[in-house]
Design a protein around this ligand. Structure first.
Ligand code: FAD
Length: 560
């Protein structure tokens, strides 16, 4: 049996290695058009930033090591330029000319290609991408002498690239078309990331497009023009505005692809041709929550799909689970992580949901070094987990990994509340932030808690008594101008006073994080008052409402 694999990195190499482990007799040839196979593309930004000092650390294998370990025939600088499905062969451009190779099974894992925006100047030598080892090397070398860099796009790779340049001491501007950085995050979570970037000296321009790059500028190699009329000088421009499936070969061969060009595969990675399998960024996957079909360009799915393709070729039934899009990125001192569907994705898919936010400590508050973790959960109206996001200096990764597992298991708020997670003070809390998310959602579902959020703010300002239950000091430092202050520890004492001031209006309670307002809300609700607690407290409200105006100073006696 001869298996040919196109693409020698994540999906392709997983397929080849797994095929060998399952079949010692098969002839397995991997074609890679670049100079390197099995390289760590996820590590490239860290080489640019200097954290991974030696580029050799990115090269996990060579054709020689793969021959020795797995008896794979790996051919670098071999680009497959055609597939003849009837003859079951591929045409390959090699350093010695064009050759044809027959196959019994063919695996496509050609990855994705960077999108190049249709604006002038993309051909300038200062404009580049970060997708290959050579590009990483070149950027690392250029960063040593450059003063200013501009990164177009603030997705995962854009953020990592911006951070890498700051590590190298460059002035960095990030330009993002949509009004927030890291578009897969909910806006109130992404604004935490944006603040972190600004605090580390990154000039962040959101809601603005780069309209062109031209040579020369203010003491810089090029000038980038932006749609708001401003211009940014730069010595390096990295374009990181997204990728598209590298599916030209598949399309030319007549394989089924989606409208947006991703190769259609079944649950065993088989394409519309029974002799051809595909894996990785070039393929379309079904999203595990929304059911929508499209590419999810992440290393984990690509590796699993490659492995599955080999299983399938060898006749093993290993059915794919839908992809959840679990992803993580570090931005200076913060980690942002997510799994499943975001509110925006659910809106697009027409799926009903509710959201809860919590801001617990990453580990026991009394143990030194605890820090706030911002956690968001998205649940169906029936209480099933649909997605989660976390942003914080520490502990975001493990919470999202637990919640990704919960999502895969189809867990509900009740299941999450009952999760028994490892605890000692340096690591977590007896009620872990993950449990807290479950408790919050449970309370909303069973009516113990009624919540309000940023979307209700205007209504609440006009129609409700806004009751700020933080301390007098916190209130004086910044509060909603309409809110009166009654620290939550006094709520029982002044319940009649609150009723009088409310004068029949609903009461919308708020505090810093949503904990104290929840306590106050429970007291008010048990006195028969229409009250609701602000989900995620002022932490979330301030992030969700850009430019929210706050009054300062102590409460005036008339309000008291
Ligand atoms: P690739 O790994 O890209 O491999 C495709 C290979 O096919 C390429 O080497 C290409 O040269 C070769 N090829 C294409 N066409 C042909 C042809 N006709 N003939 C021969 N060879 C061909 N994902 C994460 O989950 N976490 C991360 O932290 C992360 N960081 C990343 C950072 C960077 C800078 C980049 C670029 C990607 C990152 N990713 C990350 C994404 C992840 O690397 C990809 O999802 C994954 O590598 C996709 O695997 P693949 O096999 O589909 O494609």
């Amino acid at each position: 049996m001869r298996i040919l694999v196109i693409g020698g990195v994540a999906g392709g190499m997983s397929a080849a290695a797994r095929a060998r482990r399952l079949n010692e007799q098969a002839e397995i040839i991997v074609f890679e058009k670049g100079k390197y196979v099995s390289f760590a593309n996820c590590g490239l930004p860290y080489h640019v930033g200097g954290e991974i000092e030696q580029d050799s650390y990115l090269l996990l294998h060579t054709p020689e090591t793969l021959k020795a370990e797995l008896d794979l025939d790996v051919r670098i600088e071999h680009e497959v330029i055609g597939i003849d499905r009837d003859a079951k062969n591929v045409t390959v451009s090699t350093p010695d000319g064009v050759e044809k190779f027959d196959y019994d099974a063919l695996v496509l894992s050609p990855g994705a290609e960077a999108i190049v925006p249709p604006i002038p100047g993309m051909e300038l030598p200062e404009v580049t991408h970060l997708r290959t080892v050579d590009e990483a090397r070149e950027l690392a070398a250029r960063a040593a002498t450059a003063k200013r860099a501009l990164v177009m796009g603030s997705g995962f790779i854009g953020l990592e690239t911006a951070e890498a340049f700051r590590h190298r001491g460059l002035e960095v501007t990030v330009v993002e078309l949509v009004p927030q950085v890291l578009p897969p995050l909910a806006p109130e979570m992404s604004s935490l990331v944006e603040k972190e970037m600004r605090q580390h000296g990154v000039d962040v321009r959101t809601g603005v497009a780069a309209t062109g790059v031209r040579a020369g500028g203010d003491d810089a190699a090029v000038t980038v023009d932006l749609s708001d009329g401003t211009e940014v000088p730069a010595d390096i421009v990295v374009v990181s505005v997204g990728v598209r499936p590298n599916s030209a070969l598949a399309t030319e061969a007549g394989l089924e692809v989606t409208e947006r060009g991703a190769i259609v595969v079944d649950e065993r990675q088989q394409t519309s041709d029974p002799h051809i399998w595909a894996a990785g960024d070039a393929t379309a996957v079904r999203h595990g929550v929304t059911g929508q079909v499209g590419p999810v360009p992440l290393a984990g799915p690509a590796n699993r799909q490659g492995r599955r393709a080999a299983d399938s070729i060898m006749g093993r039934v290993d059915t794919a689970q839908p992809v959840l899009g679990t992803a993580i990125v570090r931005t200076f001192g913060l980690t942002a992580a997510m799994t499943g569907a975001s509110p925006r994705m659910l809106d697009q898919a027409g799926i009903e949901y509710f959201v809860v936010h919590t801001h617990p400590a990453n580990h026991a508050g009394y143990y030194p070094g605890s820090q706030v973790l911002h956690l968001m959960g998205v649940f169906s109206k029936e209480g099933k987990l649909l997605g989660a996001q976390a942003v914080g200096p520490d502990g975001a990764d493990k919470r999202i990994d637990v919640l990704a597992t919960a999502l895969r298991a189809g867990f509900s708020a009740d299941d999450i509340a009952e999760l028994e997670l490892a605890y000692a003070p340096p690591f977590g809390s007896a009620k872990d932030p993950v449990n807290m998310l479950g408790f919050l959602a449970q309370n909303v579902l069973n009516g113990t808690t009624k919540v309000w959020n940023a979307g209700d703010l205007e209504w609440a300002r006009d129609n409700a008594l806004l009751l700020d239950v933080r301390s007098e000091r916190e209130y004086a430092m910044g509060h909603l101008p309409e809110a009166i202050n009654l620290p939550h520890t006094h709520i029982r004492e002044y319940i009649e006073g609150v009723k009088q001031v409310a004068a029949g209006r609903p009461i919308r309670v708020l505090c810093a994080s949503g904990v104290r307002s929840y306590y106050a809300h429970r007291v008010l609700a048990q006195h028969g008052l229409d009250s609701a607690t602000l989900d995620g407290g002022m932490f979330t409200l301030i992030e969700a409402v850009p430019g929210l105006e706050l009054a300062t100073g102590a409460q005036q006696p008339a309000n008291a």
